[in-house]
Design a protein around this ligand. Structure first.
Ligand SMILES: Cc1cc2nc3c(=O)[nH]c(=O)nc-3n(C[C@H](O)[C@H](O)[C@H](O)COP(=O)(O)OP(=O)(O)OC[C@H]3O[C@@H](n4cnc5c(N)ncnc54)[C@H](O)[C@@H]3O)c2cc1C
Length: 379
């Protein structure tokens, strides 16, 4: 590509965050290039496996609430614009011991932002959802307005929107190098081509530390598994059962009701195997803990769903060292914007991240306070 055809903004990595940013930029008539190593949505990164939780009263920290509220609005906009069903209001039930710090933060976040959150006793929970088994010292935090997002459909919707508004999408093309030595534009190098852009957004998920080695990003890709389990008719169906997470003292699990016979989906938030994303990821079942952990959960909390494993999948988390996101300008080149380290809880923010990243690229700053995600916090 010649120097004349320089893009206003190039996005490297068109997954959850990158594809959304591409759609927001193209909508504003910004000359946008979106480039990905695969053809998103795909099974190689962090966004596959059908569903993601969206919670508003945020146990990871109340500083996320403003962003998640905006994200929810934007998912609604995307649903209307694309015609795809993206959000399912299943409600989200958080369970754990009454002294769980995560649930405590959830309750405080709800109070601070006046979010509708019901706090329930163990008996109330068991009466309302007979498929749940919990000790008497457990409580529940139920958010009726929250639910799940269909992750691949959301990315497909942003992809179509970006293309419709004129973004150029280049797929199956890994970027090998981001060269920022030139003053007026950033050079993007692939095996067969060179692209130029005035601004570059790097949203390569688990590959961020490999593409930008000079930054020594404090992130670690982790292999994670999820499993879908056959359930008895009715009890765990989405019409009767919410999406959920459980603070099991030293472990954290989450899951989704059976959607049109999909089975109950379970995953574990902590744990997993540290990996290099370029290596062959071992399939579900290669480790005893893949299925073992999920069955431990089912046996304790949802015993009637501890039946046949219908399917299992692997996926990648990119954990930052403090589990908060990293969103910032490159310290050596203000024309490069980085968003990574979404630490296993980023999907729900994908829509608002698209907006934030487009604002950073166009205006140099965002209307949202993203200072807690700065790279300088690690120095
Ligand atoms: C099993 C599992 C369950 C999860 N559950 C939840 C949940 O319930 N709620 C929630 O909010 N979040 C959840 N998450 C986290 C969420 O899915 C991630 O935080 C989010 O998808 C990260 O988005 P991303 O854009 O950083 O990565 P991705 O969506 O993986 O996008 C990165 C893209 O960059 C591309 N790429 C990489 N290298 C290059 C290169 N060199 N050149 C060009 N392109 C490149 C990749 O092909 C990919 O398309 C979960 C994650 C997993 C794995």
């Amino acid at each position: 590509m010649t120097r004349e055809s320089v893009f206003d903004v190039a996005i490297i990595g068109a997954g959850t965050m990158g594809m959304a940013a591409g759609a927001f930029l193209a909508q504003q008539n910004v000359k946008t290039l979106v480039i990905d190593a695969f053809d998103p949505p795909h099974n190689h990164g962090s966004h596959h496996g059908d569903t993601r939780l969206i919670r508003h009263a945020y146990g990871e920290g109340r500083q996320y609430v403003t962003l998640v509220k905006r994200a929810q609005q934007l998912w609604g906009d995307l649903e209307r614009e694309s015609g795809y069903k993206i959000f399912e209001k299943t409600g989200v039930l958080g369970l754990g011991p009454s002294d769980s710090p995560f649930l405590h933060e959830t309750i405080e976040a709800a109070k601070k932002y006046e979010l509708p959150l019901q706090v329930l006793t163990a008996n109330e929970i068991k009466e309302k959802w007979p498929g749940i088994s919990i000790p008497d010292n457990y409580i529940g935090c139920f958010e009726g307005e929250s639910g799940l997002l269909y992750s691949e459909k959301a990315i497909q919707a942003y992809k179509e929107l970006a293309i419709r508004n004129g973004a150029q999408l280049v797929t199956n093309t890994p970027v090998q190098q981001v060269d920022m030595n030139s003053e007026d534009a950033v050079k993007i190098v692939t095996a067969d081509n060179i692209f130029w852009a005035k601004k570059v957004i790097v949203t390569v998920g688990a590959w961020a530390a490999k593409l930008l080695p000079e930054l020594k990003l404090p992130i670690q890709p982790v292999r994670k598994v999820v499993g879908w389990f056959d359930t008895p008719e009715g009890i765990y169906d989405s019409a009767n059962f919410p999406s959920f997470y459980v603070d099991d003292k030293d472990k954290m699990f989450y899951g989704f009701p059976s959607l049109n016979g999909s089975g109950l989906k379970i995953g574990r938030t902590d744990g997993g195997q540290e990996i290099d994303p370029d290596q062959q990821i071992q399939n579900f079942g290669q480790y005893e803990s893949d299925e073992g952990d999920l069955r431990h959960f089912l046996k304790s909390y949802m015993p009637e769903a501890n039946g046949t494993l219908k399917q299992g999948k692997t996926c990648l988390y990119t954990m930052s060292s403090d589990h908060d996101f990293i969103i910032d300008h490159h310290p050596e080149n203000n024309n490069i914007i980085i968003a990574c380290g979404f630490s296993g809880h980023g999907f729900k923010f994908g829509s608002v991240m698209g907006e934030v990243l487009s604002q950073l690229a166009v205006n140099g700053h965002s209307e949202f306070d993203i200072s807690i995600f700065s790279l300088s916090r690690f120095r």
